[in-house]
Design a protein around this ligand. Structure first.
Ligand SMILES: *Cc1c(COP(=O)(O)O)cnc(C)c1O
Length: 340
C-alpha cells in the first residue's frame, strides 16, 4: 500500500521526467563555470526572481549561510526571528563560521516582525555594540505567507536603518501563489533571496541564492571555502530546471489539499486546526498530550507518516494525491472512535 508521508515537503521523489533529464544533462566543471546546465539554471532563476546573479548550492542551509557570511563581517549582527530557520535550524552556522552574532526577536504568527520593537534592537554606533547589518525574513513562515502590505514597511525599515535585507524564501513561490502575485512582487523588496528546489518543487537536491553580481561572486568564494564547489553538478541542476519551470504551477494544488485536509480534520472534536487564512501547503493541528505519541503511531500502522507531538505539522506536496486526503481524515477519525 502507498505510504503517505506528511512529515515534510522535502520527501518528494524526483519524477520520471526529472530522472530522464538528469541522465541526459550536458555537464562540465562548475568550479571552472563550465557546466552549461548549472549556468542555465542560474540564469533562469535570476530572470524569474529579477536578480542580477544566482548561484546553485547544495541546500537551503548552505544558501542562507553564504548569504549571512557575504552580508556580515566578523563582529556584525543580523536581526532574525526566534523561530526562523536562519536562527534556530541551521546549527548556529553564522556564529560558528562567521563570528556573526544573531539578534533573535519573536515573530508574529504570520511571519512578520514588529518593526518598532526591531528598531529598539538596532544597535547605535557605539564602541560597546556589535554592528547591526542585516534583517532576515522568512516567507513562507511555518507555511504562512507574510501579508503583502508588510513587505514595503519592512523594506522602508531596512532603508532607514541602513540594513541589508535577506529573504529566506525556501518556499517563496508558495507565498506568491497564495496571494496570486508574480514572485517578483515579493522578491523585489529584498537585496538577496534564497530559494529551495528540493521541497515542494520536487527536485532531489539543491537551493539557489540570488543577489547582485558582486554579492554572488563573494558567495561563490564562501561556497568553495565551505567545500561546496561542485564539479559536474549539471545532473542536479537539470532537475532544478524542471522544478522551476514546471512545478511552480502545481503549488496551488498543494494549497488546495491543505485546505481540504484542514476542513476534514475540523469535523473531529478532539482536534484543533490552526488558522488557515494565510496558510499555504501545510496544516497544523493541536491535539491532547495523551494522543501526542499514540495518534502518529496509529497513523503509521495505517501507512501515514507524521511527526509526533501536541502541535503537529502536516505538510502537503507533489507526492500526496487529492484522493489521499479523505483516507488520512478517515484514519484519524478511526483513531478517536476506537479510543472511545
Ligand atoms: C528547509 C528550509 C531551509 C533549509 O533547507 P535545507 O535544504 O533543508 O538545508 C531553510 N529555510 C527554510 C524556511 C526552510 O524551510
Amino acid at each position: 500500500m502507498k505510504l503517505i508521508d506528511l512529515r515534510s515537503d522535502t520527501v518528494t521523489q524526483p519524477s520520471t521526467k526529472m530522472r530522464k533529464v538528469m541522465a541526459e544533462a550536458e555537464v562540465g566543471d562548475d568550479v571552472y563555470r563550465e557546466d552549461p546546465t548549472v549556468n542555465r539554471l542560474e540564469k533562469i532563476a535570476a530572470e524569474k526572481l529579477n536578480k542580477e546573479s544566482a548561484i546553485f548550492v547544495s541546500s537551503g542551509t548552505q544558501s542562507n549561510l553564504l548569504a549571512l557570511l557575504s552580508h556580515c563581517q566578523r563582529g556584525d549582527e543580523y536581526i532574525v526571528g526566534q523561530q526562523a530557520h536562519t536562527y534556530k535550524y541551521e546549527c548556529g552556522g553564522a556564529a560558528v563560521f562567521g563570528s556573526i552574532q544573531p539578534q533573535p526577536l519573536p515573530l508574529n504568527s504570520d511571519g512578520s516582525l514588529d518593526l518598532d520593537m526591531a528598531a529598539a534592537y538596532v544597535k547605535p554606533n557605539d564602541i560597546h555594540f556589535a554592528n547591526t547589518k542585516l534583517l532576515c525574513l522568512e516567507n513562507t513562515y511555518w507555511g504562512n505567507a507574510i501579508p503583502m502590505d508588510y513587505l514595503p514597511k519592512a523594506k522602508r525599515f531596512t532603508d532607514v536603518h541602513h540594513l541589508a535585507f535577506h529573504l529566506d524564501g525556501a518556499r517563496v513561490f508558495n507565498a506568491a501563489v497564495k496571494y496570486k502575485v508574480p514572485v517578483t512582487d515579493i522578491t523585489n523588496y529584498f537585496d538577496t533571496v534564497s530559494i529551495c528546489l528540493s521541497k515542494n518543487l520536487g527536485a532531489p537536491v539543491g537551493s539557489i541564492l540570488l543577489g547582485s553580481k558582486s554579492f554572488i561572486e563573494q558567495a561563490r568564494k564562501w561556497r568553495k571555502m565551505l567545500g561546496g564547489g561542485m564539479r559536474q553538478a549539471g545532473v542536479l541542476a537539470a532537475a532544478g530546471i524542471i522544478a522551476l519551470e514546471e512545478n511552480v504551477s502545481h503549488l496551488a494544488e498543494d494549497h488546495e489539499k491543505a485546505i481540504q485536509l484542514a476542513n476534514g480534520l475540523k469535523t473531529i472534536d478532539e482536534i484543533e486546526v490552526d488558522d488557515m487564512t494565510r496558510q499555504t501547503n501545510m496544516c497544523f493541528i493541536r491535539i491532547a498530550k495523551e494522543d501526542a505519541e499514540t495518534l502518529p503511531a496509529f497513523m503509521k500502522e495505517n501507512n501515514i507518516l507524521s511527526y509526533s507531538g501536541t502541535h503537529i505539522r502536516l505538510a502537503l506536496h507533489l507526492d500526496v494525491d487529492p484522493e489521499d486526503i479523505g483516507y488520512v481524515v478517515k484514519v484519524i477519525k478511526q483513531y478517536y472512535q476506537e479510543k472511545k
